[in-house]
Design a binder for this molecule. Sequence first.
Ligand code: SF4
Length: 246
Amino acid sequence: MASEKSGSLSLEGFTFSESWEKKRKRAKKIVEILTKTHPREKLLIGDPYRTLIHCIISQRMRDEVTYNVWEELFKRYGDIETIATTPVEEMQKFLRKSGVGLWKTKGEWIVKASQIILERYGGKVPDSLDELMKLPGIGRKCANIVLAYGLGRQAIPVDTHVNRISKRLGLAPPRVQPERVEDYLRELIPREKWIYVNHAMVDHGRAICKPVKPKCESCPLRELCPYAKGLVTDEDIKGNSKKGGK
Ligand code: SF4
């Protein structure tokens, strides 16, 4: 086997044995197949501010509801200047009436993040993960979403689909945190493909590699997937394995 480590990443936590070299080759093929199966010719590379607000609203929300509320919010308030000067209570009321969960917190985040972007960054959404993560309501996943889909940078947002599928595919050890999953994917997948990974895995997760009962028999990744071969299980991913993570 090749060296056990690649940077700060280790092969120790995987449930099966595979060198970095083989993993990289497999990852490359997986991404090729995924982007062919779930093509997105035009990725949503748009306004970073609107992407950021969308991400705040979307937390623990269904996509359709998020989209409608987001659209309505911009119809009603228009731009960052108006949103930044809207009283927090008014924004909270709007979100609550629109059926948004965590409306109180999100209302505050939306107004405060807008004020900070105006005051500290001259109205321009910052172009760095660290700066983005200083904004209220913006964690690592949202920061990566803004970088990828708002600014067109190569970034890999890790949401629940990317986390689960990467682990089933043995591209990240089953027990690591999403932040670490991102590190493994960045290590294994060629940089110019990073921007496609989230979209492709989200589509794949909705259509085939579902949280419960993934459709392995009809999956185009079957031959490349350790989960389909019984080498990784959902119990491993939940951390209930008796194998001790090896
Ligand atoms: S073979 Fe099964 S577990 Fe593997 S990616 Fe496909 S659906 Fe998911």
